[in-house]
Design a protein around this ligand. Structure first.
Ligand code: ADP
Ligand code: ZN
Length: 617
């Protein structure tokens, strides 16, 4: 079964198969080992971050062995996309789910029994249905089942963020088919979920592959949220060639921002759970097919979006936890090309999230949510490498100095703010530890606010001694004091400042206070990097041809009713625009061109390139 006679040449064979079926010249990290272990019939848990190339790990072995590989996938959309991409590569894949007519279903069943299918995608509830299990038994006898690939395997765990009860049933597969190896795949980073997967699926001495969660093609930046944020986003959109997702906190915010962008001539579609499903599907399709470049969405837009060429993910509002931020921002740059992840952070967001947390009925839930919020704040306000914070959250040690985040590129100067800190803390003391930072700042800045006058806090010695700093600067100090633990606050939702032992040390001049201060330059003036060394850059004079190739790709994609990225990735087109192959053999050497795409698209592309060269002369 395992083609042992080909072992000596396995390495070479795998390279050849990779080029022939998928058009790629080299494996991504981990892929080769996973594929070899799979060919050896081992159970595996594969943990690779989004964009790392998980699918190939079960797809290639499926093509190199006789019999059927059964892929379990939680979402119909995901299934359809993968099957579409595989078929475009000439690979014999199909899916079975509830969207098919009885006739189409029967047709596909027949194809399975005629041994015309290598990869079958199926939803868990269908797979574990009595009727289908019988079919599966029969298939196993007549065709053979090579492997079960459980995609998005974290859905099996209640500890994960996408728990699906149907996935629990998959535990029975092991009893029913003890001799069929299983591969579980996920991008979930938490160790708890991983061990849950192994247990629930009853993996047998699984080989566990955990890749680094560092996505080095992503640039992370946090910007201040202020009056200019909308303009700043508009500028980002202008600078970005390629698709963008903008995440907002609520449906209302989504609608508002999408509307405003459209009024300003930037076509953007909204997506949130309040839209009915046909609208959602329509918007998603238009985004995926490059008809519309900008999607404004709540986190409802997410899993199942495997568009590889998203170039920018903006968080217009604060995400609720780090894992969420990692997954959402991680939808950028799956193709490995550089992409940007920009988070806008304003202290106002903290209040909104606090409010939501207060609505939670359960105290434990509240506590967990508060802790998660605190971690997000540590990220947003952190002055060290953003990657160190993110990866640290997942238990991965990262040396820092990544060179591809705002804090590494423009380190914030650390300043001695002991004196303002003393003023601030003594104002807290003099106001009787009964107020939040906003009120304290108003007193310091000599506000004539009614509440202040009523409380006669205009008579305090700390009244009006803080006009040398702006309200924003005081706010920065307040946050920094909180984070450094130099002052506390109540967690009853009112965030009343409370002094602690260290606060008194500061006031007694026994302790200095250092604060990381945002650079004076406007962050929008800093160039977001769009280049990385190992990316195929367009050579001078290739831009026009690149645009023509993009147009050709869109025409072919629309005709075949597939998204453009299924035909070729941008990076593939750039290479073609640079190398300008005008013969089919030369075209076959291009990345992304496998045997099937060569036949299907080669002639059109070669012709457009040849015509372009003629016209140039
Ligand atoms: P994941 O499921 O891990 O998020 P995918 O399987 O969707 O990732 O792969 C991400 C992208 O990388 C896809 O567009 C895929 O075609 C591409 N890819 C996968 N393996 C390779 C490879 N060896 N060389 C080049 N591109 C690859
Ligand atoms: Zn960094």
């Amino acid at each position: 079964m395992h083609h042992s006679e080909t072992r000596p040449n396995l390495a070479q064979n795998l390279d050849q198969a990779l080029k022939q079926y998928f058009g790629y010249g080299a494996f991504r990290p981990g892929q080769r080992d996973i594929i070899e272990a799979s060919l050896n019939g081992q159970d595996q848990l594969v943990v690779i971050p989004t964009g790392g190339g998980k699918s190939l790990c079960f797809q290639l072995p499926a093509l190199l062995q006789p019999g059927l590989t059964v892929v379990v996938s939680p979402l119909i959309a995901l299934m359809q996309d993968q099957v579409m991409a595989l078929r475009d590569n000439g690979i014999r894949a199909t899916f079975l789910n509830s969207t098919l007519s009885a006739e189409e279903s029967r047709f596909r069943h027949n194809a399975l029994f005629k041994n015309q299918i290598d990869l079958l995608y199926v939803a868990p509830e269908r797979l574990m249905g009595e009727y289908f299990l019988e079919t599966l038994n029969e298939l196993k006898e007549r065709i053979g089942i090579t492997n079960f690939a459980i995609d998005e395997a974290h859905c099996v765990s209640e500890w994960g963020h996408d728990f699906r009860p149907e996935y629990r049933q998959l535990g029975h597969l092991r009893q029913r088919y003890p001799d069929v190896p299983m591969m579980a795949l996920t991008a979930t980073a938490t160790p708890r979920v991983r061990s849950d997967i192994v247990q629930q699926l009853k993996l047998r001495k699984p080989r566990i592959h955990v890749a680094s969660f560092n996505r080095d093609n992503l640039y992370y930046e946090v910007r201040n949220k202020n009056r200019k944020t909308y303009d700043s986003i508009r500028n980002l959109l202008k600078e970005t060639t390629g698709s963008t997702i903008i995440y907002c906190f609520s449906r209302k915010r989504v609608e508002g921002l999408a509307e405003r962008l459209n009024e300003d001539g930037i076509v953007a579609l909204p997506y949130h759970a309040g839209l009915n499903s046909s609208v959602r599907e329509d918007h998603q399709t238009r985004f995926i097919r490059d008809d519309v470049r900008v999607m404004v969405a709540t986190v409802a837009f997410g899993m199942g979006i495997n568009k590889p060429d998203v170039r920018l993910v903006v968080h217009y509002d604060l995400p609720r936890n780090i894992e969420g931020y990692y997954q959402e921002s991680g939808r950028a740059g799956r193709d490995g090309d550089p992409a940007n992840c920009i988070l806008y952070f304003g202290s106002g967001d903290v209040g909104s999230i606090e409010y939501i947390i207060q609505q939670k009925p359960d105290e434990d839930e509240q506590r967990i949510a508060r802790q998660q919020l605190q971690q997000v704040l540590d990220y947003a306000e952190g002055t060290v490498c953003r990657r160190t914070i993110q990866l640290g959250y997942f238990g991965e040690e990262f040396a820092g100095k990544c060179g591809n985040c705002d804090n590494c590129k423009n380190p914030k100067p650390i300043e001695d703010w002991t004196i303002p800190a003393q003023k601030f803390l003594s104002c807290v003391a003099r106001c009787g530890e009964r107020f939040g930072s906003k009120y304290i700042i108003s007193v310091l800045r000599g506000s004539k606010d009614k509440r202040i006058l009523q409380n006669r806090h205009n008579e305090l010695s700390t009244y009006d001694i803080g006009r040398d700093l702006t309200a924003d600067q005081w706010q920065l100090l307040a946050r920094s004091l909180l984070h450094q633990g130099l002052v506390g606050e109540t967690t009853d939702g009112y965030r009343i400042l409370k002094l602690n032992a260290t606060s008194w040390q500061v006031m007694r001049k026994q302790r200095t206070v250092m604060v990381a201060v945002p650079p004076k330059v406007d962050v929008d003036d800093i160039d977001v990097p769009r280049r990385r060394r190992d990316r195929e850059e367009l050579a001078a004079g290739s831009e026009l041809l690149f645009e023509e190739l993009r147009a050709l790709r869109k025409r072919l994609a629309d005709a075949a009713n597939v998204p453009p990225f299924v035909v070729f990735h941008d990076s593939h087109l750039r290479k073609m625009a640079n190398k300008k192959p005008t013969t089919l053999p030369d075209f076959a050497d291009m990345p992304g061109v496998g045997r099937s795409k060569l036949e299907k698209y080669g002639p059109d592309f070669v012709q457009v390139i040849a015509t372009f060269l003629e016209q140039e002369q």
